[in-house]
Each structure stands twice: as structure tokens, then as C-alpha cells.
Design a protein around this ligand. Sequence first.
Ligand SMILES: [Zn+2]
Length: 375
Amino acid sequence: MDRFSFSLTACDGAARTGVINTPRGQIRTPAFMPVGTAATVKAMLPESVRETGADILLGNTYHLMLRPGAERIARLGGLHRFMNWDRPILTDSGGFQVMSLADLRKLTETGVTFRSHIDGSKHELTPERSMEIQRLLGSDIVMAFDECPALPADRDRIAHSMRLSMRWADRSRVAFGDRPGHALFGIMQGGLERDLREESAEALTAIGFEGYAVGGLAVGEGQEAMFGCLDYAPGFLPADKPRYLMGVGKPDDIVGAVKRGIDMMDCVLPSRSGRTGQAWTRRGQVNLKNARHADDPRPLDEACGCPACRSYSRAYLHHVFRANEMISGMLLTWHNLHYFQQIMSGMRSAIAEGRFDTWEAAFHADRAAGDIEPV
Ligand SMILES: [Zn+2]
């Protein structure tokens, strides 16, 4: 199979399940993409990430262009070979992270100039350069270059930014060119303004992309506002193309987004939390730092099949975190990624069998029950 395609296999309400086919393998949707910022999902071997059930990883253009450099990765055979992950990779465009991380940013119609947060070196990102970097990396799913204002922002600022992003989407499409087997996704903007979201979706659909992202959410607006936008925004996008919600999120954000028609998501949360002693479980968040676990011989979650839960006690997980041992981040990241993928596979089965509402009710009931009682 040498081309990129998406097929829906079932819908239940607005929730959808299907498969994205790529030359590097299938992506089952709804899909959660672990984040491999600097060509690694921190604390995990790629084969372990695969064992958790991940079909695709996300790489960050901004980080990789600064270190080790896109041209260097290309010389070394591309990102898949460089990081030893032969399945699909999605790369972001760099736009969002330039805005959140870089110094001395200057935004013009052409693009953004900025200084590296690592060494102060000067760089430029434009739609054309972002497409070139993502091609050098060998990304399977390339994101259009966009600009995203932090919320809250006034309507004029959001409208101006969205229209600039639509002009950049057009330039991204032209610069991407004809690359069979690779996909370019457009990114809808428009903040929490319904008519601007619709205008953005129409502009993107007129250009035509292999998939569409809902951008500009999970930037500080809160879950209620985000769900409010997701009640209508996915419906503005073509039903036969994948819909990607960028940078989301916590387990209940993910479930609420899938319920509203989202097919793909990414977030650093499971790996980042894993390095700070935080576990996400079907019964909510568990803080392994807490002294209540020091004498607890039970697993983190007796129903979980991950190595951290199969072979180690809460007491051990507590100890290695407190002792600042590397295995702490390794085990908790594995558990968290495994749990997030369990949520995704649970939703895929439930949608396919037309019982999403029942699955969702059980998901919320388990969380409401809270963690097991201390020993
Ligand atoms: Zn586990």
C-alpha cells in the first residue's frame, strides 16, 4: 500500500472509529499519539512505546530544527531511522512552539523570525521552510504552518490571526507539493468564535487537505469552553477525513473530544506526569510521592497489564520516586502511556459496537469511585 487514506468503520452519535492507512502502517482511530519531542518519548524505548499500543508518534519541528537540525537528521536517514521508530510519525509545524518557547519573536506576513531558547541563534520559520523541515525529517503526516493566539484574545486579534493562518495554509499546500504516501493536514483556527471557525473550515476545505486539525484549543480556555467549541467545530470539517485535536489532553478531555467527533489527539501529559510521580489510572490520578504508599504491597492498578502494575508494588514505585531513581520515570511513563492507549482501545471497541454511552458512563463511574483505600 503506497498511499494515504482514511476509512471510517463505525459511528456512534458523533463519535467515530476507523483506520488511517499509510505506507508505514495503519493508525487505528480514535488514536492517541505519544509525544517524542526531541526524537524520543522520554524514558521509553520505541519498542516499549509500541507495546503500549501506540500506532503513531508525534515529533516537534521546532525542537528538532534547533537540535540536532533537520538537515542533519536527513543526512542520517530521516527521523524514523534516527530514532528507531518505523511506524508513522506526525510532525507539528513549529508555529505553536515558536510562539510559546522562542525568544525575540517577530511575526510578519512572510513568517516568524526568532532566537533559539537553547543558544540564542537566529532562525526563520515560514510555511515553505516548515514544509521543507518536515520533508527532511521524513514525517508521514505534515502539519500546515499556522499561528495561534493564546486565549483569551479579543475577536479582532483572533480573526486577523486566523486569516493569516489560512493564507499560510495555502502556501503550505503549494510548498508541500505532490508526495504520494504522505499527508498534509490543515489547521482550523478561530478561537471560541463560531463564525470564525466556520470561515476557517471553509477556507481549508477549499484548499483541500488529507486531514484537518482543530487548532487553538487547550490553550487556557478550560474544558467547558473547549467542549462548547467541539460541539460544533468538527461538524464544519469534511466527514470523510481525519480530525485531529492538537495538544489534548487529560483522560476526560480525550473522552469528551472523541464523543464530539475527534479522531486523533496528542499530549505530553502521560510521559511528563510519569516523571513527576503522577500516575493516571481508571480510578483517577494517583500521586506516588504520597507517604500512604510507603508500605503498600498492592499494584498501582490490579486490572492493568503494564509492567509497572504486573511486577511492582506501590511501595516500590513510591521508594524509587523518592530515591530519585530513573526506573521511577520509566515505569510510570509506561503505565501512563498504557492506560491512555487502553482508553483509546476501549473507545474504539465501544463505538464499533454502538455502546459508547455505556462505556463513557462506566469510565466516569470508575473515576468518581476514586483510588483504593489506604492499607
Ligand atoms: Zn499499569
